[in-house]
Ligand binder design. Structure first.
Ligand SMILES: C[S@@+](CC[C@H](N)C(=O)[O-])C[C@H]1O[C@@H](n2cnc3c(N)ncnc32)[C@H](O)[C@@H]1O
Length: 196
């Protein structure tokens, strides 16, 4: 089976598998089990047959690290912006963005562009640190109200305009260990709807 994705690393792989296996029962299973028992990585995605993976990152240094994984068909150095990604409409089965929606990083305003490059029926999978978009105790200093609002608004707007449907929205523990604390992650998976 073929799959394409952008971005590097982590949580999204198992979520991706979950979606593929659970098209009709979004959110039914406890995805935390997957996170607790398996360390997700793009290496696993590759081993399970997804060999057509393209990575995009603005940082050459990050791309060097990605290249060492040996799982990318192509790596592109580019800034991910709300418009004008160098890809055709409907080019991808899946876009995965893991760990890069953050203050000063990729903006949720890019979600709309991802629905353009993913074919109808494909998925956009986003994994990010919870405290960036939700106020959490002892993590207030990492929270960005602006990012939180934009994150919720972009998801909602694309739902309202029927560009995608959210099939999974899950908080999971242990995403990132930092400053002596384990940080929750949020995983969101959206099925892209017909946009012709
Ligand atoms: C915190 S790292 C996470 C990397 C990786 N996804 C992971 O989970 O380990 C964030 C990455 O996003 C990239 N990045 C941030 N803003 C970007 C943008 N607008 N376009 C492309 N890449 C961006 C950075 O260069 C960096 O490699």
């Amino acid at each position: 089976m073929e799959g394409k994705g952008i971005n590097r690393e982590s949580g999204a792989t198992e979520i991706f598998r979950f979606i593929k296996e659970n098209h009709d029962c979004p959110g039914k299973n406890d995805i935390r089990d997957l996170y607790d028992t398996i360390t997700p990585s793009y290496d696993k995605l590759y081993k399970s047959g997804y060999k057509d993976v393209i990575g995009v990152d603005v940082s050459p240094k990050s791309l060097d690290i990605a290249e060492q994984k040996g799982v990318y068909k192509k790596l592109i150095c580019d800034e991910i912006l709300p418009k004008g990604m160098p890809f055709k409409t409907d080019e991808f089965d899946v876009v995965i963005c893991s760990g890069s929606i953050a203050p000063g990083h990729i903006s949720p305003e890019c979600f709309s562009e991802w629905t353009r490059i993913v074919k109808p029926g494909g998925f956009v999978v986003i994994v990010l640190r919870r405290c960036y978009v939700e106020l959490q105790k002892d993590r207030e200093y990492l929270h960005s109200a602006k990012l939180g609002e934009s994150f919720q608004a972009e998801i909602r707007n694309l739902e309202k305009s029927k560009r995608w449907e959210v099939v999974l929205r899950q908080t999971f523990p242990g995403y990132i260990y930092e400053d002596g604390l384990l940080n929750d992650g949020i995983a969101v998976a959206c099925r892209v709807l017909n946009h012709s």
